[in-house]
Ligand binder design. Structure first.
Ligand SMILES: Nc1ncnc2c1ncn2[C@@H]1O[C@H](COP(=O)(O)OP(=O)(O)OP(=O)(O)O)[C@@H](O)[C@H]1O
Length: 314
């Protein structure tokens, strides 16, 4: 179990994480989601005792990370920045790590098979592809057979086969009763991997919810409209409080207004509609909507989806 109690981290003037509290429970994969710069890595570093919080407390399996006598057996982690000695073989890298933690060579063999690196275990890490490097990072994280596993963006840069593999691995680890926290900035990936979500933006908690709830909430919020007078209708809908994204062929994607309301506004202003369809928002769109304010604060110049009247498409 992982607990964040009012975690705050400031770097000088900059607040990376602010008053963040959540609990990650064993037995399920928990996705840690947020746009770039939201504070995911900083939070994970605090949970692992690699960064001291400015205030608040991080607790893993009942204690702070530093208080564990054999932390590698308690928490296995892969952070994004990998500092692996590139001249060494994967096997030797694992051997050094195992030796410093009193882990048997049998376990090295086990994790090599578990992550599918058997064929290249004796090759130099420097020659590894990104996917092989990720597998090695996961092997290191699992070496101590930890009850809690934390992985920072493990699917980044992986091919579809690698993504599928990680998905199955994480689910398997959770099914064994472990606590699994995995960060990502991709909602669509997390929806397939995680059962629970912790979403942050600008270092603050935005949502702590099951994937099922999140998906249900995302349903029916977007309405697709097609008309020969897209510009006119767009202005009207934006004026009525909707968020509108223009697409090709006179198609508008509208959030914040029901299809009934859109139909009524169009009729009142004599705009003929060729199509008016309530849609299930893609999870990615729902995620962007949820974190939009956080994004706007961080990148005011960025063109954002559906901010109304700015002429942007995705
Ligand atoms: N050592 C540091 N010194 C100063 N600012 C930092 C430091 N580490 C992180 N930050 C800032 O804290 C904020 C959160 O960064 P963090 O890397 O935790 O976000 P993230 O959600 O992991 O993003 P990404 O997905 O891009 O890795 C960012 O604004 C970042 O610039």
């Amino acid at each position: 179990m992982i607990e964040a109690h009012s975690l705050t981290k400031r770097y000088g003037e900059r607040t990376a994480v602010e008053d963040l509290s959540f609990t990650v429970r064993p037995g399920t994969v928990t996705g840690f989601l947020g746009p770039n710069g939201a504070g995911k890595s900083t939070t994970m570093r605090m949970l692992l005792g690699l960064d001291a919080p400015t205030s608040g407390r991080a607790v893993v399996n009942g204690k702070s990370y530093a208080a564990h006598r054999a932390p590698l057996h308690e928490v296995g982690a892969m952070l994004e920045a990998r500092t692996v000695h590139t001249g060494r073989s994967a096997y030797n890298h694992l051997r050094v790590l195992a030796a410093t933690h009193g882990i048997s060579t049998d376990r090295i063999e086990e994790v090599i098979d578990l992550v599918g690196l058997r064929a290249v275990a004796r090759k130099r890490i420097g020659s590894f592809s990104l996917g092989m490097g990720q597998r090695l990072g996961i092997a290191c994280a699992l070496l101590g057979d930890p009850a809690t596993v934390m992985l920072d963006e493990p699917v980044n840069g992986l091919d579809p086969e690698g993504i599928l593999w990680i998905r199955h691995l994480l689910k398997g680890l959770a099914a064994e009763g472990r606590t699994v926290l995995v960060s990502s900035h991709l909602m669509s990936e997390m929806a397939l991997t995680a059962e629970h979500l912790i979403v942050i933006g600008r270092g603050r908690l935005i949502a702590d919810t099951s994937v099922a709830e999140f998906t249900a909430r995302a349903a029916g919020e977007v309405v697709r409209v097609r008309t020969g007078e897209a510009e006119k209708l767009r202005g009207l809908l934006t004026g009525a409080g909707g968020s509108v994204t223009a697409q090709e062929g006179g198609v508008l994607s509208v959030t914040g207004l029901s299809s009934e309301r859109i139909g009524r506004i169009a009729a009142d202003h004599g705009v003929a509609l060729a199509e008016l369809t309530p849609q299930q928002a893609s999870l990615e769109e729902a995620f962007m909507e949820l974190t939009r304010n956080a994004l706007e604060f961080q990148a005011p110049a960025a063109q954002l989806v559906g901010t109304g009247g700015e002429g942007g498409t995705e």
